[in-house]
Design a protein around this ligand. Structure first.
Ligand SMILES: [Zn+2]
Length: 487
């Protein structure tokens, strides 16, 4: 090991000490976000709590970026290099689950929102890791800028294309995306699918359904015909495509023929061109449905994202730091909890992660994340953190169980350490950063990112508002009130 490596290792050890000393504060962030359990675009408590933690640590925070009220960008330091971290913190509808219990039991009965994937742990890792790095940089007089981003409504794939469009990522040279998983790991290559999330709105003409239906133009019929048309079209689409919809406005009551209806579609495929092509076909089907029913239609793009990709050079750095940090030492109780959940959800009963996986190229899966757009513009490193149990299925009750237990707390600490060490590598080693950029240029080749968002598109800030307002008063008694106090 040369002198530079020794210095870098000492800095990392210093960051790890900070994280260990503050592990209860890091867990507090994860738990607070778990109990806020806010739906996308309505993460106001999550935002307020995390902004406080960052301001307390000395970060400047701009709240409401891109016109998204709970979104924020936090900055510390000055000059180059500029290293970023971004993550999500939203919960899911009807996914309330008591943490630590090995049976299905909501915190609040009747369909309340809850965390059943683990975005709460992402927030703990991003903030814990970055504050540790800031602490070391300040002490050692290391120059550079840390930029953190809270991206609301990841479950609807919304915010990051807006942040990109509005210039919030400008100047960031490399960026990390920590995300909950069941193992401490990383990967590289293309990981997920592209997506277009779009509303089709049909306008017809209302009439009394019994007295004078012949005067009407039924906007719900238009949705039905679009459904039939798309159903037949499916056979002629690439097998890789995924398209699914919900009718978010199907009319009010049967005796009034609906003049206004809305169907929300998601179109996904392996790449942006294929996704765009499906969207064009869907517009034709909608046009046909509108002609057949005498209606008109318009579209409202809610979000679009490119497939997520991860940079190989960054993955190699993250992998080395995973080896350095090692896996959490799981207790017997934690093992027993994981095994019980695995048994109940009929997946292999293997307990928690005990071996570090080898670094491998990702296999592209059909899910999407709006962080995909960022990953085609800035070299991106993905950090999977072990805050859930192997075999868990996101968005189901069992996935909510570990998320405010010591399993998640340990996963958060280890994730934060890997993040901190990897950020320090980039701050300390200009050559490494240059190599990352070069690898990125080769990976991207001729592909030039463009946004599918219309230029003047506004983010859907009212999304989930009514639902969240309904539940919030009942959820407040579970909120964690204690603020984060770094030491
Ligand atoms: Zn997610």
């Amino acid at each position: 090991m040369n002198k530079e490596d020794v210095k870098q290792n000492n800095l990392k050890t210093d960051a790890f000490r900070f994280i260990d000393r503050n592990k209860e504060e890091i867990a507090k962030i994860g738990d607070a976000v778990f109990y806020f359990a806010e739906l996308g675009m309505q993460e106001f408590r999550t935002s307020e709590y995390t902004v406080n933690a960052l301001r307390q640590a000395g970060f400047d925070v701009e709240i409401g970026i891109s016109g998204i009220p709970p979104a924020w960008m936090a900055t510390w330091g000055s000059g180059k290099p500029v290293i970023g971290v971004h993550c999500e913190g939203d919960a899911l509808p009807n996914c309330s689950q008591v943490s630590g219990m090995t049976g299905e039991k909501p915190v609040i009965e009747g369909g309340a929102p809850g965390h059943e994937e683990g975005h709460n742990a992402n927030m703990a890792v991003m903030i814990g890791g970055a504050v540790a790095v800031k602490n070391v940089m300040e002490k050692e007089n290391i120059k550079g800028t840390i930029k953190l981003y809270f991206a609301p409504a990841e479950e609807q794939n919304i915010p990051r294309p807006y942040f990109l469009r509005d210039g919030y990522f400008d100047g960031v040279e490399a960026i990390f995306h920590p995300h909950v998983a069941s193992d401490l790991s990383t990967t590289y290559g293309i990981r997920q699918f592209a997506n277009i999330s779009v509303e089709f709105i049909f306008h017809g003409k209302s009439a009394h359904s019994a007295v004078a239906p012949w005067l009407a133009r039924d906007a719900l019929d238009a949705i039905t015909l679009m459904d039939v048309g798309w159903g037949l079209m499916r056979q002629h689409l690439e097998p890789s495509q995924r398209s699914h919809r919900v009718i978010t406005n199907g009319g009010d009551q049967p005796n009034v023929i609906p003049s206004y209806t809305k169907v929300w579609w998601w179109f996904r495929d392996k790449n942006t061109d294929l996704t765009n092509a499906i969207f064009e076909k869907a517009k034709k089907i909608a046009e046909g449905a509108a002609i057949m029913t005498g209606c008109t239609y318009e579209t409202n793009i809610i979000s679009t994202c490119w497939p997520t990709r991860a940079n190989q050079a960054m993955a190699e750095i993250i992998q080395r730091n995973i080896q350095m940090v090692g896996l959490p030492q799981w207790s017997e109780d934690e093992e027993a909890l994981a095994r019980e959940l695995q048994k109940k959800t009929h997946v292999p009963v293997v307990g928690l992660q005990k071996e570090i996986k080898l670094l491998k190229e990702a296999r592209q899966n059909t899910s999407c994340n709006d962080s995909g757009c960022v990953s085609w513009v800035i070299p991106t490193g993905r950090i999977n953190l072990p805050a859930n149990f192997p075999g868990y299925s996101p968005h189901t009750w069992a996935a909510g169980v570990p998320l405010a237990t010591t399993i998640a707390h340990k996963g958060e600490v280890h994730g934060a350490k890997v993040l901190a060490a990897s950020m320090l590598d980039l701050f300390m080693d200009e050559e490494l950063l240059n190599r990352i950029k070069e690898v990125f240029r080769n990976e991207i080749g001729d592909t030039k990112y463009f946004s599918i968002l219309p230029k003047d598109q506004k983010p859907p800030v009212d999304l989930n508002r009514n639902e969240m307002e309904k539940w919030r008063p009942m959820m407040e008694k579970f909120y964690i009130k204690e603020k984060v106090q770094w030491s």
